[in-house]
Design a protein around this ligand. Structure first.
Ligand code: G3P
Length: 217
């Protein structure tokens, strides 16, 4: 499973990139707002650091507007994936932009039928939001499993980009189901390294080592 980082925080991306953990980046209007930076400037900086797909989101609500914004965002770098919402207009924009050979990430997906339409419209990525489904007591991971089955039934090449990931458990479940990509905030990716028994075991080793009076270097 590929790891995308869901942030526009350049320092946080760099820290994970240095460990080889970053296959791509996703941003959205809320994350750009949080970064406090200009969308084109920060997206360019991210694209220069990360060779994989970097999603930048359109904000128009009509297809024409999304297409115009998508073309403008695509000028930033070759590895831009244009993000459009899963509305009828978004699907129209997806079809046109993918027809021009651009990567398109269809976002705000909350149902298998929406994912099916995105694949038919030629989406490069579909972004189902698991955390926001969990928020309303619908199991977000059930949706990932449904989309996996549908895409596999018909050999769609659209990649399932599990989004709105809130925990390390979401990462594991996405990987078990066979999602192509998971995009998560940097703190969630880092939390995957934590285990209480690792900490406990390390404490015990350190205590015993201190008793030996030895040093390695
Ligand atoms: O990838 C989509 C993500 O940014 C939304 O996450 O936690 O706001 O639902 P969240």
């Amino acid at each position: 499973m590929k790891f995308f980082v869901d942030t526009a925080d350049v320092d946080a991306i760099r820290e994970l990139h240095d460990l080889g953990m970053v296959d791509g980046v996703t941003t959205n209007p809320s994350l750009i707002m949080k970064s406090g930076r200009d969308i084109k400037e920060v997206t360019k900086e991210i694209c220069e650091m990360i060779p994989g797909p970097v999603s930048a989101e359109t904000v128009a609500l009509d297809a024409e507007g999304m297409i115009a914004e998508g073309r403008e965002l695509a000028k930033i770098a070759d590895n831009i994936a244009i993000k459009v919402p899963l509305t009828w207009a978004g699907l129209q924009a997806c079809k046109v932009l993918t027809g021009e050979g651009r990567m398109v990430n269809v976002t705000l997906c909350f149902s298998a039928n929406q994912a099916l339409l995105a694949a038919k419209a030629g989406a490069t990525f579909i972004s189902p939001f698991v955390g926001r489904l969990d928020d309303i007591n619908i199991d977000g991971m059930d949706l990932i499993a449904e989309i996996r089955q549908i895409y596999d039934n018909y050999d769609f090449s659209t990649e399932i980009l599990t989004a709105s990931i809130r925990s390390a458990n979401h990462m594991k479940e996405a990987a078990l189901i066979g999602a192509d990509v998971a995009t998560a905030p940097p703190n969630v990716i880092k939390s995957m390294a934590s285990h209480v028994l690792t900490d406990k075991g390390l404490d015990a080793f350190m205590a015993d080592w201190a008793k030996t009076g030895q040093s390695i270097v």
